[in-house]
Structures are given as C-alpha cells and as structure tokens.
Design a protein around this ligand. Sequence first.
Ligand SMILES: [Zn+2]
Ligand SMILES: [Zn+2]
Length: 372
Amino acid sequence: MGTNTAPGVLERRKRGTEYMQALVFRGRHQIAIEEAPVPRAGYGEAVIRITLTTICGTDLHIVRGEYPVHPGLILGHEPVGVIHELGPGVTGYEIGERVLVGAITPCGQCEFCLGGRWSQCGGALGGWKLGNTLNGAQAEYMVVPHAMANMAKIPHGLSDEQVVLLADIASTGFSAAESAQLKLGDTVAVFAQGPIGLCATLGAKLKGAGYIVAVESDPVRMQMSRRMGADVVLNPQEYDVAYEIKRLTGDGVDVAIEALGLQETFENALKSLRPAGTLSSLGVYSGKLELPLDAFHAGLGDIRILTSLCPGGKERMRRLMELVQHGRVDLTPLLTHVYSLEQLPEAYETFGERRNGVIKVAIRPRVVDEQC
Ligand SMILES: [Zn+2]
Ligand SMILES: [Zn+2]
C-alpha cells in the first residue's frame, strides 16, 4: 500500500489539474492506491464522485491474473455516487444528484441493447465496461459511460449502503430465478452461498419458490443463507448433496442454480434436477466443462441449461431500488466490513481470504469525513 506520486505531479497541479486517489491494477498480485487525474466527462458521459463502492469476486480473479485486463486500469464495477460533472448531450440530470450505476453499463443504442440483451451490448460480455475495459469505481471519481442509459437516481430516504449491492450481486443473483422463469411453488436448489449465491437464494424466494435448498459449508454463509430465504442448508462436506436433494424433494428440484463456477457444483446442480428441470448458471467457469450424460438423461430429459450475465442499465437499477424502498429486499446484512479507499489493498486481502466472516466489504472513499 502507499501513495505513488509520479514525478511532475506537483508541476501539473500548479497548472490546475485535479488529482484523486484510486486503486490501480499494475499486474498479477500488483495493486496499489495511486494518484490519478480526476477524469473529465466527454460527450454523453458524466463524472460521479464515488460515495460508496465494494469489491467483487471478479476483481479477485483480475488481481490473481485469472481474468485479463490492461495494466494501469482502475478496478471496481459497483458505484454509488454524486453527479460531479455532466458532459455535453446529457440531459435530465443535475450536478449533486445521487445515483446508482449498475456493474453493466450498456449503450442503449446497439442491436443487442435494442434487442433487450443489455449485458451483451456491442458483442460478447460487452456491457461490462467498468473496471474491465474502462476505469472503474474504486476511486474518488469515475466516468459513467452512456450516462443517460446508466445513471439511476436514488430515491430520497435510501442510503448508499441500502443500494450499493444492487449494482452487481443482487442484479446477478436475482437474474438466476428470472432467467429460469421460476414459477410459484417451484422447488429450488442453490449451489454455493457466496455473495451472489445468497442473492440467488433471495431472488428465488422473491419469485415465489415453494422450497429452497442451499448448499454451502462456511458456517457464517450457512447462517446468512437461512436469513435470505433457504429452508434447508446442506453442507457438501457432510452430504452427497444431489442424493440428499432428491431425497428431500422426492424427484429433484424444478430449478437448480449454480453460483460458483466449478465442474463439481455444475454437475451436482444437473444431478439434483427433476426431469424437464432448469439449470440456471451464474458461475464463471474456466478450462473445460463436462456434461455427465446420466444426469442429462442422454440428452432426452427436456433439461434446460441457461447462463446469465448481470443485467444492468438504469431501468434495472430503478426496479431493484423499488424492491429496497418498499422493504422487500434488505441486503445491508451482507455488508460485513467497512474500509476507506486508502485501505483497499487491505480490504482485498480480507475479502480474498474470507477472513473474519466477511461477505461483502463497504468501501467509503471519504470515510473519515462522513463519520465525523
Ligand atoms: Zn462483480
Ligand atoms: Zn449496446
């Protein structure tokens, strides 16, 4: 950790360039808080001052070198902030308004967006720009691309903490049940209760699941899973989970949600389905994924396998905030730890190593000011 002040910074400061603190990725296992210029808003863009953000499991993949991004990138894709600057062409907003921006920031104009496939804006995974192909939210300021499609105004009375987890984990987690077109009274199994799996459990409950079985071995997460709506939580270290799920449900579940991205959990999800069931997959897989043909009924079982990437855009965020505003969703128990921006490298360690019962960390760029 530490602040890098590049040569010439003081010189440029004299000429009026403003600087901010940001978490910059320099290479595998190389992240640090650095000084970077406060960005300016181009056409159709806005700059927001970040008031709250968090770290995602995907950021860990980036830092570990498992997902490539270019060195020098500011990480983070879960921003809550205040509008600081509006670029030319942006109307309907004012400086100082509080906004939530989804992890996925579609353009709203391309054929994918206009076809309703916002996450795949412009091509495969193209909706994911922040902290991937553009500078992200783990900074004091951030550019919002396609601002009018992506800045969702936060209703009065909702705190940053109440909405920050909607940007990614809630949107992603809930989408599992939505993509599966879960019906009232369906039986559901959710594999892994990390932040996204926990939201998938809550999403299944919101969509009217009749019975929810979660699979998780971490005691803190097992407990949280019940709070999010699981009726039973099975520890995979103690059970043959597919067998146990079939025993509990009679014939297997209508919907199995995979929220980890491993061969083993994918396979167990498939094995725990009843015939004509749906496997709704959220996990990020690497290498090769194999299909066990017995669980697949040799291809004749009317099984559906679906994948989803986090739905984004301001309308998605507005709908999710509606759920929070009217008390149907409370994700604040998942924010187990709070850090300042300067403490981000430490927060990455705690989050990455799952220390002290961490589920999600809240990063407040101005933690000292706000607590005074
Ligand atoms: Zn994420
Ligand atoms: Zn688009």
